[in-house]
Write a protein that binds this ligand. Sequence first.
Ligand code: COA
Length: 396
Amino acid sequence: MLEMRTVTADEFVAWTRAEARAHGNRLADDPEVLRPHFDLGRSIGVFDQGNIVGGAHSHRLEMSIPGASITMAGVANIAVQPTHTRQGVMTRMMNHQIHDIYERGEPLAALFASESIIYGRFGYGVGSLYERWTIDRHHNAYVRPYESHGRVAFVDPLDITKDLPEVFRRTTTDRPGVFQRPIHQWEHDAHAPEHSQGGPGGLFYVAYEDGGRVDGYATYRITGTTLGVNELMATTEEANAALWRFCFDVDRVSTTEALKRPVDDPLPWMLADPRRLQRSTRDGVWVRLIDVAASLKLRRYMQADRLVLEVKDGMCPWNEAKFGLEGSTEGAECRPTESSPDLVLGVSDLASAYMGAVSFSTLSRAGKIEERTPGALLRADCMFAVQYPPWTPCNF
Ligand SMILES: CC(C)(COP(=O)(O)OP(=O)(O)OC[C@H]1O[C@@H](n2cnc3c(N)ncnc32)[C@H](O)[C@@H]1OP(=O)(O)O)[C@@H](O)C(=O)NCCC(=O)NCCS
């Protein structure tokens, strides 16, 4: 008989070790570093004869949604020991956790999925997408003449906390799906042991400055003849062009790669030969509307309108209802209603449309939405439209 409960302070190290093992890793770092960021009251441990066989955790954090920034639950450390998989351990933990988050009054939850097959069944939907890129050195010319007035300079890792967090913040304003990297994370990165170790593959930071102001930065590693861009953030068009030019033109680099670009990144439109940029898309953050009515109320809506949405949610009876939504750029109201629905859809698909990751029309063509009132799909698309599609450059 398996027991499920919170983890005690004494069990914390065993719990982190079990999580690492579930991912096929040995525990490398000193787990005590993680303890301050760990809320035992929000932990879950599943025990078999005293041994930890499953675990999960959640904590409060801020995420941007269309038109607002909200406090919600960040879900992490979901792991089941390979000795106990496919026996319903995760299902038990997810059920408990979703109810726990609801009772805490947090309207949404988010997580990063190790595999995209796992979390849809628990009502999570893809909340943001990103693109992976590869481009050959011979085909990375810009279509417009390039001229730079500023300068690109290396930043000592110890100095990254000075200007870079503000560039990150300004670059991601108005973008749904973003978690701001907390300052303690920047400080942790600044002091990462790799910066003082020798050998190839090190992480470099460069910033673009113009008139004494830092308008952008890039972080990259070189492996063989490939330059991999970890992060490139620019608040101006000049900084963006200069930083990509820099990443393309480093000597001996034959290929530039980038792992997490937004789907509306301007770079493909800056290239003279855009087909040469190899692009693939991947799911970013996954979002769960824990409380549909509260979530819909928190968002802002591009076009003022009202809709009745009938939501299907097998796990959360409070969400299995018809909701009357009235929203605009100024605010929104959302209440259960007895009116007949304009659209009928599942809670995970609503999460994706809510974030702006997909349109209602696309979901309908995927067979996932029923349009009961003719024209409601288009109205919903206009209402939920976003200027910038969701992007999650920084995990929590
Ligand atoms: C992913 C993981 C947590 C699943 O735990 P679990 O206890 O085996 O999951 P459950 O038994 O509750 O499975 C629930 C359902 O999801 C399915 N499922 C779970 N993980 C799956 C996977 N990786 N691939 C395909 N289906 C999966 C199960 O088949 C089951 O389906 P069913 O309800 O139709 O029978 C576990 O395999 C694990 O810890 N993996 C390694 C670490 C990891 O990837 N963690 C997730 C981090 S985001």
